[in-house]
Design a protein around this ligand. Structure first.
Ligand code: ACO
Length: 329
């Protein structure tokens, strides 16, 4: 065994950051009405549970939000940035085509040398990134990792399409994951089914100096809804079985924050009352890869989730991708 490998990894600090500009449904509806697009607070709340979202200023990027969340997570873990030996950022809205947001965060933190890379699994990105970091810690490739989800989805929204532009927001969440003799992360499950690429995508790409195709988000909401509800139950059961735990062991469920109806359905299937589900979609909208670490940080700082609690994180999104991580905090 590698002399520095650890049996487990454990979250030792959480942090998050929301850009200050907050738009209620009424604010967004008024903005859309100026372009002749009709929506209402009532429609958005009834269909999604969303009441508000935050949008970054035009000159603020995913790496700016990620940096702020990372600083807060490092403070919570009582670590200096120089002690970090791995940085992974989950994002679908990077500052540039390349290099990675993770390299930009490393530069903003004023450190050099450790591996830094992005993971692209859309709204499942954070559970993918956390699983990669956990694996690297268990094999001894790292001991203290920063794992971040950061997005500026407002940049890729089509504000002429009311079926999608009311759903998303910007933000970042981060955790410090450290090698540990006690668990920690108990089990993970990651999945993808590329047959469903088209139901949720940003189909444009850069070619010869121009954008070819549409660079704005497209979604078949009902197809996504149906797939999400099915896979979230299956993956929860699979990760519980892998960790030899049951529904009854879950203290808190943190599902990807896309739609309150998907979250209610998952909770019902897992026989969990809604007061065991962390809900931030009402205030953040869907922040894609940032939604789970943002919700985790708010719940930890708000005193809901405490050290030792068993938490089930569940992601689902474009790809189609989905996954879950079961952990003891
Ligand atoms: N305001 C007012 N009316 C609207 C709006 C709006 N913003 N958007 C759609 N409508 C209208 C439609 O035009 C339609 O009108 P019609 O009946 O006259 O044709 C009516 O509302 C119903 O539209 P539907 O699309 O059938 O509404 P639905 O109940 O399916 O809700 C929604 C749409 C909220 C998008 C739902 O399908 C959903 O939540 N899907 C899952 C989306 C999701 O979770 N995505 C993210 C997961 S992955 C990731 O995070 C990237």
């Amino acid at each position: 065994m590698n002399p520095i490998s650890a049996r487990f990894s454990r979250i030792t600090g959480t942090g998050s950051f929301l850009p200050p500009r907050r738009l209620s449904n009424d604010d967004l509806a008024a903005q859309l009405a100026e372009q002749g697009i009709e929506t209402s607070d009532q429609w958005i709340v009834e269909r999604t549970g969303i009441r508000a979202r935050h949008f970054a200023a035009p000159d603020v990027t995913s790496s700016d939000l990620a940096f702020e969340a990372a600083k807060r997570a490092l403070d919570a873990a009582k670590l200096d940035a120089a002690e970090i030996d791995l940085i992974i950022v989950a994002t679908s809205t990077p500052d540039m085509v390349f290099p990675s947001v993770a390299c930009m965060v490393q530069e903003k933190l004023g450190v050099q040398g450790c591996p830094a890379f992005d993971v692209q699994a859309v709204c499942s990105g954070f559970v993918y990134a956390l699983t990669v970091a956990d694996s690297m810690i268990r094999t001894g490739a790292a001991r203290k990792a920063l794992v971040i989800g950061a997005e500026v989805f407002s940049r890729i929204l089509d504000f002429k399409d009311r079926t999608t532009c009311v759903l998303f927001g910007d933000g970042a969440g981060a955790v410090v994951l450290e090698a540990s003799d006690t668990p920690g992360i108990l089990a993970s499950e990651l999945h993808a089914d590329g047959r469903h690429v088209d139901i949720l995508c940003v189909p444009g790409h850069v070619s010869g100096g121009s954008v070819l195709g549409d660079p704005l988000l497209k979604m078949d909401g009902q197809a996504v809804f149906k797939l999400a509800v099915g896979v979230l139950e299956d993956v929860a059961r699979a990760v519980l079985a892998k960790a030899e735990r049951t529904d009854a062991d879950i203290d808190w469920l943190i599902p990807h924050q896309a739609n309150i109806r998907i979250m209610q359905s998952t909770a019902r299937k897992l026989k969990l009352p809604m007061d065991k589900v962390i809900v931030t979609v009402d205030q953040h909208g869907n922040t894609s890869a940032a939604s789970i670490p943002l919700a985790l940080d708010e719940a930890v700082r708000g005193g809901k989730i405490k050290r030792g609690d068993t938490v089930l994180l569940e992601g689902v999104g474009g790809g189609f991708t989905w996954g879950a991580v079961l952990l003891d905090l």
